[in-house]
Ligand binder design. Structure first.
Ligand code: ZN
Length: 309
């Protein structure tokens, strides 16, 4: 119980640090180390100051989906690939998760014949957000330039990039746009280090046992927050569902380069239950394509999400 109390206190402290309106000034827990060096230099200067040890007890830790059964690789649909992504970049590695990621698969039965079209012209938009920088680090899994972190694909323990500055900047635009409509969308949890995630996970295991913990908490190395490209907003639990902010986020986050990462009804595919508060930055080209396709990231790229051990 002591350990649980410690976590609880940390979360409370984190929550107080991340009060709405202070986005961007969060510094906080001493969890992050040095930002890793991006492959292609670009703006990484501001990488600091955003780590936010986050409250996030919940969140992609709070999974529900025992996806362990949906073993076969999802053959994703995504018919949009031709114009959204020319499978330019190859997967740099297979990550520790083993299996190579499938290339964008051919469409299944479903009619995701998306109505794309407006996906291309986002670069002239003031809300345009470029794809995140890629890191040339062994153990990372990229698919068409997109860093993957889920139950199948993990991140190295020492991958400690901090919150991506482009992600932060785009989130600030998103938050401002929401504010202009009288809505308050703030960052509650951004980057989480491997060690911090391990701490949370261990505490849950101590309390509930690993099997139970696995149903709601990500194992260290598997949390998307460790990519520095995921953000939890506002109240990180189901009370956020259905709020005006949650509805706005779902309808507009793609305009700023984010996708709602764990949509409702997709837990067998994403490995996580519906998280109305968790968004993932991918850049506006991809966010529009995925939003228009109606697919999850897993389906779009034809990959799975379950612990392979
Ligand atoms: Zn999250």
């Amino acid at each position: 119980m002591k350990r649980i109390s410690r976590i609880t206190l940390m979360l409370i402290a984190a929550a107080s640090l991340t009060a709405c309106g202070t986005v961007g000034e969060l510094s906080s827990f001493p969890i992050s180390d040095q930002p890793a060096a991006p492959v292609s230099g670009s703006e990484t200067d501001t990488a600091a100051g955003v780590s936010d040890a986050d409250a996030a007890a919940a969140d992609d830790d709070t999974t529900a989906a025992s996806a362990a059964d949906s073993s076969e690789t999802v053959t994703a649909a995504d018919t949009d690939t031709e114009e959204t992504s020319s499978p330019a970049e190859e997967n740099t590695t297979e990550g520790s998760a083993g299996e190579p990621a499938a290339e964008p698969a051919q469409q299944q039965s479903t009619q995701q014949q998306s109505t794309q079209s407006q996906t291309s012209d986002t670069s002239s938009d003031v809300n345009y957000g470029p794809a995140p920088v890629q890191y040339d680090i062994p153990g990372l899994t990229y698919i068409n330039g997109t860093l993957i972190a889920n139950k199948s694909y993990s991140l190295p323990a020492d991958f400690n990039p901090g919150l991506d500055p482009t992600c932060q900047a785009q989130f600030n635009k998103l938050s401002s746009a929401a504010a202009a409509e009288g809505l308050n969308i703030c960052l509650s949890s951004g980057f989480r280090s491997y060690d911090y995630q391990a701490q949370i996970y261990d505490d849950y295991c101590a309390r509930d046992g690993q099997a139970a913990a696995d149903t709601y908490s990500a194992r260290p190395g598997h949390s998307e927050h460790q990519t520095g490209l995921a953000i939890d907003v506002n109240q990180i639990d189901d009370t956020f569902i259905g709020t005006p902010e949650a509805i706005w986020l779902e309808n507009h986050c793609h305009e700023y380069g984010f996708i709602l990462r764990y949509p409702q009804g997709k837990q067998d595919i994403t490995g996580y239950k519906y998280e109305s508060w968790h968004i993932r930055y991918v850049g506006t080209d991809l966010s529009y394509a995925i939003h228009d396709s109606g697919l999850t990231l897993e389906e779009y790229f034809g990959i799975d999400s379950y612990y392979h051990e």
